[in-house]
Design a protein around this ligand. Structure first.
Ligand SMILES: *Cc1c(COP(=O)(O)O)cnc(C)c1O
Length: 379
């Protein structure tokens, strides 16, 4: 059975172009980029090219892009190092209630170290109100961190406005762009971004490889200490092959992003309409307009999301629910709870996330399957 893969928010299929670009660096071109001979210089040159490609996608300078082990490390780096670097100015960090655990759990640690964290609320569509950010600013605020787009409900946040507010109050602005990078346009200059996190495997590159953007002039220290790699800001021998693959994916997505987004948004709207019309008790989650093109997220009345996922899996459909498994007990999604969805309803979430590889036929098959499974589950 061919799988229908609709869980691209969890990870994406690596591009053939990315894998092909990686292979030589996993085999014969294994030189350490910090060494001096020509084998090493091949690796160094490959890193430079990947850095250019990754920077270009967000209109950054190559000198502002650092390679990490993924989105989680970049998020940890942003919060932890900003807290350290700006201790003399204050201890207040403003973020949102709907961030990824890489942000939220780092905040919990920093709270123990004396940080004062403000979790901005969201409305019923998952949108942060810039007014709330404005009201939360004090002269002790050192950092504002708001995700570019949410990984569960797909809502795109007004980061440009919030970044401007942060700057007006002398704070730096970080955004977790892991779901957005390579999928929607980002311009670090226009969007008022000082620090940004992205992850290779969320835009058809390899896993375990990420991007951290630090705007030139922003004072922030290293997070992984050791050697002088990444201009002394991130130690550890570079993951050359993965970085090369991520660079290939970044340049591919830069070239095709607009076309892909247009196609995905069309499929997304078609799917949401079919789901609403053909299944009773379906509500669309998240903002319909300010929404990632690849994201479909719904709440189905009287259906337990986890049971539906198991049935869909038996039919070869890979999807996800809004809830995260934690230590054997199923917790309802903190994102849906923050949007004011009652706990008992939040278990009925179903997230379908597409890629440019997704076809209308796959969407039709998936929706037919969902409709049939919902009937069975309700019987
Ligand atoms: C996937 C994801 C992360 C974590 O990225 P990894 O590369 O898997 O560590 C962080 N933030 C968001 C919004 C994500 O979707």
């Amino acid at each position: 059975m061919e799988e229908i893969y609709l869980d691209n928010a969890a990870t994406t299929k690596p591009l053939g172009e990315a894998v092909d670009a990686m292979l030589p660096y996993m085999k014969d071109l294994y030189g350490n980029p910090s060494s001096v001979y020509s084998l090493a210089r091949r690796s160094k040159r490959a890193l430079d090219e990947a850095r250019d490609a990754c920077a270009k996608e967000i209109h950054a300078n190559s000198s502002e892009v650092y390679f990490t082990s993924g989105g989680s490390e970049s998020d940890n780096w942003a919060l932890t190092s900003a807290f350290c670097a700006y201790k003399d100015r204050g201890n207040r960090i403003i973020t949102t209630a709907i961030e990824h655990p890489a942000i939220l759990n780092t905040c919990r640690i920093l709270e123990k170290e004396g940080a004062e964290i403000v979790y901005l609320p969201v409305d019923s569509l998952g949108r942060v109100d810039p007014e709330d950010a404005e009201k939360a600013m004090t002269d002790k605020t050192i950092l504002v961190s708001v995700m570019t787009a949410n990984n569960e409900v797909g809502t795109i946040e007004p980061i440009r406005e919030i970044g401007a507010i942060a700057h007006r109050h002398g704070a730096i602005f970080h955004t977790d762009a892991v779901q957005a990078y390579g999928h929607i346009p980002i311009d670090v200059e226009k969007d008022n971004i000082d620090l940004l996190s992205a992850s290779g495997h969320k835009f058809h590159g390899p896993k375990g490889c990420g991007i951290f953007y630090i705007k030139n002039g922003v004072r922030i220290g290293s997070f992984v200490h050791g050697g002088a790699q990444e201009r002394g800001r991130r130690a550890g021998t570079e993951n050359v092959a993965s970085i090369v693959g991520m660079g290939a994916a970044a340049s591919f997505m830069s070239k095709h992003r607009e076309d892909f987004a247009g196609k995905e948004a069309g499929l997304r709207d078609y799917a949401m309409e079919r789901l609403e019309n053909e299944i009773d008790g379906v509500a669309i989650l998240g903002d319909r307009r300010m929404r990632l093109p690849q994201n479909i997220d719904i709440l189905i009345d009287g259906v337990e999301g986890e049971s539906l996922l198991i049935m869909l899996d038996q039919r070869g459909i890979c999807a996800s629910s809004g809830s995260a498994c934690s230590s054997g007990s199923l917790d309802p999604s903190h994102v849906l709870l923050a949007m004011g969805i009652p706990e008992e309803k939040a278990y009925g979430a179903l997230r379908l996330t597409m890629s440019f590889m997704t076809t209308k036929k796959e969407i039709d098959l998936a929706i037919d399957a969902i409709r049939e499974c919902v009937v069975q589950l309700r019987a």
